[in-house]
Design a protein around this ligand. Structure first.
Ligand code: ADP
Ligand code: MG
Length: 458
């Protein structure tokens, strides 16, 4: 009975969100109780719980309504598997750690944040795990691909190429893949390096006529090369890397690469290396949206043992839109300041700390401004963008306007539809999803959205 209802809800949600988001979040969920106007959904872990509360709750409620169920509340609880106590008795540390609760996993991670010395000789730093990576629409594809690679290295997505601006989680994800493989296959030879290290060691091996350079990189099962853009313009190194790449790829060894740009946009990358990079899967990581930024802040604050007010979290998430590293920085600054001064880390403390730095941002961006500026950007009439016209040169700007209403103002879908003169909010859901996807796949759309977004904040 519960099962049938939940299946029907899942069926509908699957149509409205990306495949990756669906598998990441909804796969292991269950409706476990429906009584007294409260529906209880079991989710796999504490992160999923947060994501459901902040991200999917409205949608789930509205789909439930469509199915004739109108609960007063939907609550999400973390599934208890009972497996934990059994595996914890085993002696292998890797195993017991793997099956420990998320809470336990996070604890050593948070203490090692301060001591970076935990990096081992394979270049892996255990603080970066899948468990402490927060997923949102900006990074769910990358996350899902990384998980796929971690569970089946060398078979799928080879090479896996992640790209995106600084501080968005590329290193974190690649390291998480390495750590995951290291614990599931303790014999696997994994090597994480930055491309700068590769360049440096290569040049040294030539200068000092050292042997063993190519062996070091070719005798691995998983090679992770971070910040590949630094290899640009260095032809000899690229040639060496090309041979390393081929040697590994031919023997089905997994290669994971990150860069600030997609392969086709890295200047002075030799053509043959570029084409190799394009063999596998290239995925970009964007700045997390507002809700994901809130989830990141909340989780990181909780890791430091602090519970921040919702208003403080939203204030930080609203004001720091550059990258996750800065978001973390602002949070740490707030916590440190509050501790030092013996004050509470609330919104007024946060305002005092970062308010003056970020004054340039208008406090009251309105829906009308977003629609006007989007229309103006595409040189179409506001009347047209709010009309029912289906011409392509109007449809795409309208979808982008809807996307921006969602990402910048966090309006509900019915509200978004209303702002653009539509009756049916499913059009809004569909449009926002479409642009979210297009941003990942289509360089042109991404540029357009970025340009408009910049215009909103001048
Ligand atoms: P990049 O390599 O893209 O420059 P990093 O992986 O170094 O970025 O990320 C910067 C910081 O932000 C790291 O401390 C990382 O743990 C954190 N971070 C980035 N994205 C997330 C996320 N989605 N969830 C949790 N932490 C994140
Ligand atoms: Mg990095």
């Amino acid at each position: 009975m519960h099962h049938a209802l939940w299946q029907s809800v899942l069926g509908e949600i699957e149509l409205s969100i990306s495949h990756a988001a669906f598998t990441t979040w909804f796969k292991n969920t269950e409706l476990i109780d429906n009584s007294n106007d409260v529906i209880t959904i079991a989710v796999p872990n504490i992160f999923a719980k947060r994501q459901f509360e902040v991200k999917f709750n409205d949608q789930i409620k509205s789909v439930l309504e469509k199915n004739g169920v109108t609960p007063e509340r939907v609550i999400y609880t973390v599934k208890t598997t009972g497996k934990k106590t059994v595996t914890r008795e085993t002696t292998a540390p890797a195993l017991s750690e793997q099956s420990a609760s998320v809470d336990e996993l996070m604890r050593p991670a948070s203490t090692s944040i301060r001591s970076q010395s935990s990096t081992t000789s394979n270049g892996l730093n255990p603080r970066y795990t899948f468990a402490n990576f927060i997923v949102g629409s900006s990074n769910d594809l990358a996350y899902t691909a990384c998980q796929a690679v971690a569970s089946n290295p060398g078979t799928k997505y080879n090479p896996l190429f992640l790209y995106g601006g600084v501080g968005l989680g590329k290193t974190h994800l690649m390291q998480a893949v390495g750590n995951e493989i290291a614990s599931s296959q303790p014999d696997a030879r994994i090597l994480y390096i930055s491309s700068e290290t590769f360049v440096k060691e290569f040049l040294e091996s030539i200068r000092f006529k050292q042997k063993g350079f190519s062996d070091k990189y070719r005798n691995v099962d998983v090679l992770i090369v971070d910040d590949m853009q630094f290899i640009a313009g260095k032809e000899k190194t690229q040639e060496e890397f090309f041979h390393t790449f081929n040697a590994l790829h031919q023997t089905n060894k997994q290669i994971i690469i990150s860069s600030d740009k997609p392969p086709k946009s890295i200047p002075t990358l030799t053509e043959r290396l570029r084409s190799r990079f394009e063999w596998g899967m290239s995925i970009d990581i964007q700045m997390p949206d507002f809700e994901t930024r809130c989830a990141i802040l909340e989780t990181k604050a909780a890791l430091s043992g602090v519970e921040l007010g919702r208003d403080t979290i939203e204030y930080l998430a609203n004001n720091i839109k550059t990258n996750v590293r800065e978001l973390e920085g602002a949070l740490n600054q707030l916590l440190a300041y509050a501790e030092m001064r013996g004050v509470s880390p609330d919104i007024s403390t946060a305002e005092g700390l970062i308010g003056n730095v970020r004054q340039s941002r208008p406090q009251h961006l309105s829906a009308k401004q977003i629609i006007d500026k989007t229309a103006r950007h595409f040189q179409i009439d506001v009347k047209e963008i709010c009309s029912a016209k289906r011409d392509k040169h109007i449809v795409v700007p309208r979808q982008i306007a809807m996307y921006l209403l969602r990402s910048e103002l966090h309006l509900s879908f019915p509200k978004i539809a209303l702002e653009l003169g539509r009756k049916d909010h499913t059009t809004a859901i569909h449009s926002v999803e479409k642009i979210e996807k297009a941003i990942k796949l289509d360089f042109m759309i991404r540029e357009q959205v970025t340009e408009i977004r910049e215009k909103l904040y001048v």
